[in-house]
Design a protein. Structure first.
Length: 202
């Protein structure tokens, strides 16, 4: 009898893990996490030249921030869903000390990001995501320098177990960060975001 009950519980546990979400299910995910962002291609030129005769510069590096918000995901079929979210994200870029300079500078901005994602779902609770994401800058600094709205391409993967969802995304900037791009090198937002969420089915 004990073996039968144990086998039944094991089967139920396996079925729970391998179960797709039912089509028509809508789930809300509050999310909190960390991000690493920079302006890809951006650099600060320094005086002098290197041994090759070219200008020396300090390249942009990743800056650490955090993200907080929520997303709503609707299951269209067993294998396809869509989601939209609103997250507050502290992003920017960093320029740090190199072997030839004594420099440490960060450019910070706070964004409201709106990820609109197409989600491929599996019975193993692993989802693959891609979409478009407007990023609206809400901080007041650098108003004459930064664009107020940028667009990025988010791609990601997530794993959910007992409603707890771990989500990893890479945001590839599609629009220039600066208003007057002629004054700067081509600079795009680049962000890696890792969040932890909890799903509530409506």
């Amino acid at each position: 009898m004990k073996k039968t009950i144990a086998l039944f519980l094991m089967c139920m546990f396996t079925l729970h893990i391998l179960a797709w979400k039912e089509p028509g299910t809508t789930t809300v995910y509050p999310r909190l996490g960390i991000n690493f962002s920079k302006f890809s291609g951006d650099k600060i030129y320094t005086t002098g030249q290197n041994t090759g005769g070219s200008d020396t510069y300090i390249p942009s590096q990743f800056k650490t921030g955090f993200s907080l918000g929520a997303e709503v995901q609707h299951q269209f079929t067993n294998v396809m869903a869509g989601s939209i979210g609103l997250l507050y994200s502290k992003q920017g870029t960093a320029f740090k000390k190199t072997s030839g300079t004594d420099f440490d500078f960060k450019m910070k901005h706070n964004d409201l990001i709106v990820p609109v994602m197409l989600v491929a779902t599996t019975k193993y609770n692993v989802d693959v995501k891609i979409g478009l994401q407007p990023e609206i800058r809400v901080s007041k600094g650098f108003n004459q320098v930064f664009n107020r709205v940028n667009l990025s391409l988010p791609v990601g993967i997530s794993y959910e177990f007992k409603h707890v969802a771990v989500d990893l995304r890479y945001h590839l900037g599609l629009t220039h960060v600066y208003k007057d791009q002629s004054l700067y090198d081509s600079s795009y937002n680049k962000t890696i975001m890792l969040t932890l969420g909890y799903g509530f089915d409506l």
